[in-house]
Design a protein around this ligand. Structure first.
Ligand code: ACO
Length: 401
């Protein structure tokens, strides 16, 4: 394929593929998806088995290093991450500069970008120990940054990380805890969040991961590339869909709960009306992550208090799955259809959902950047175009226009 591509480029042929529906931009050994069969595997392990038996730190290790860690490797990895959760005090002051109602995604992206100013001595993408250090710093500090973005938005003081806690527990405490007050971690809440992070951890060449790889292909450092990935995830057709689903469900509720009426609006292709959380570029079957999440949504919501929006979501899913419009187009629930409901039950505000997606996707982005930078086939990403503008014409003086 690569040789054929090179040959075609030499002969002047260009493949026109808007949205890269059929263009393989790279080879990769990280994640396998069979969209027709609804299969997802990280490094060969089925997502169902990882969801059942693993945890987010272990899955992060698996994605980045290619194998499940031994007990010692896992302990060492966890310890390294715990040692790097603190932020430089100067970095904390960045948060003062943003408006209080700023969306937390650009705040997070800016803060991650700023990390490259604090660690300027370790940005060489080809120096393995540096890349290792940047990897650990990101995994450790992004949860702290994410928690601070939240605290800033509600005007509460920042909490220092407590490194005796696990990554997810520490993040929950920094997000919802208060200084000088004990914060009791609900193990079911921590488990649900850990599971959601596992399910979001990688999804091969999606928009944000491709962004990370493309930016990194110019040999930009890991922090810069991840910061760009966070911004790609911000969009409502990608990571922003989890917030959009909740807003859609709230809209249906406010409009009297008439699901059929909403589905008609979707089918009539009213501008800006899509069934959010449905459809996927690759899955033409039920998204395997959505299946797992649906179960968790049931469990966590029955524990933390039922939510009328869950009933609306279920009716919406049933209605869509038996409607020809959705059947013909092979539109099924994706990972985001039920996640927003769980995040809401856990106490996160809607704007913050996409930040949670970013936390989960972080190890996947890192794994792809590292795979890209060490792949001898990597070249700077530089797509071609089909020019549709004016033919050559002569400059007209302003008095004659
Ligand atoms: N609601 C209604 N119609 C839809 C939807 C939807 N959610 N998704 C696709 N369609 C329709 C399109 O209108 C199109 O119909 P047409 O053939 O009559 O023109 C057909 O299905 C094909 O859709 P495309 O937009 O060409 O599919 P594409 O692969 O480009 O888009 C996407 C995939 C962006 C995920 C789309 O399904 C969508 O917008 N879904 C809603 C947003 C969402 O949930 N995003 C999260 C994706 S998963 C993730 O990032 C974690």
């Amino acid at each position: 394929g690569i040789e054929l591509g090179k040959l075609l480029a030499q002969t002047g042929y260009i493949t026109y593929d808007p949205g890269f529906v059929n263009t393989g931009s790279t080879s990769s050994a990280i994640t396998y998806i069979d969209g027709d069969a609804g299969i997802l595997r990280y490094r060969g392990y089925p997502i169902e088995q990882l969801a059942q038996n693993s945890n987010f730190i272990e899955v992060s290790y698996l994605l980045i290093y290619g194998e499940l860690p031994t007990k010692d490797q896992l302990e060492d990895f966890t310890q390294k991450i715990n040692r790097h959760t603190l932020l430089h005090e100067d970095l904390k002051r960045f948060f003062d500069g943003f408006p209080r109602d700023a969306h937390p995604m650009p705040v997070l992206s800016s803060a991650v970008s700023a990390l490259s100013t604090f660690y300027q001595d370790s940005l060489n993408p080809f120096d393995e120990p540096n890349v290792e250090l940047s990897t650990v710093r990101l995994l450790a500090k992004v949860p702290t940054l994410a928690a601070y973005a939240y605290k800033k938005s509600i005007g509460q003081p920042f909490l220092y990380p407590d490194n005796s806690l696990g990554l997810v527990e520490n993040f929950l405490r920094m997000t919802f805890g208060l200084p000088a007050e004990p914060y009791e971690i609900d193990p079911d809440v921590a488990k649900a969040l850990d599971l959601l992070f596992i399910l979001h951890a990688d999804h091969e060449q999606n928009c944000s991961t491709s962004t990370v790889r493309l930016v990194g292909s110019s040999e930009a450092n890991l922090f810069a590339s991840i910061s760009a990935g966070i911004m790609a995830l911000f969009g409502p057709l990608h990571g922003g869909a989890n917030s959009a689903v909740l807003e859609m469900l709230q809209g249906i509720k406010a409009d009297g709960g008439d699901v059929a009426k909403f589905v008609e609006r979707v089918k009539n292709k009213e501008k800006g009306v899509r069934l959010m959380g449905f459809g996927h570029r690759v899955y033409k079957n039920y998204d395997p992550r959505a299946k797992i999440i649906k179960k968790t949504a049931d469990q966590i919501l029955s524990k933390l208090g039922n939510d009328e929006l869950l009933d609306i979501a279920k009716t919406l899913e049933e209605t869509a799955l038996s409607d020809d419009y959705f059947i013909e187009r092979k539109l099924y629930p994706n990972v985001d259809f039920y996640t927003g409901l769980i995040y809401r039950a856990l106490g996160f505000p809607t704007q913050y959902f996409t930040v949670l997606f970013a936390l989960g996707r972080l190890p996947g982005w890192i794994a792809h950047w590292r795979e890209m930078i060490t792949d001898p086939q990597t070249k700077i990403g530089r797509p071609r175009q089909i020019y549709t503008g004016e033919k050559e014409r002569d400059y007209t003086p302003i008095t004659e226009r």
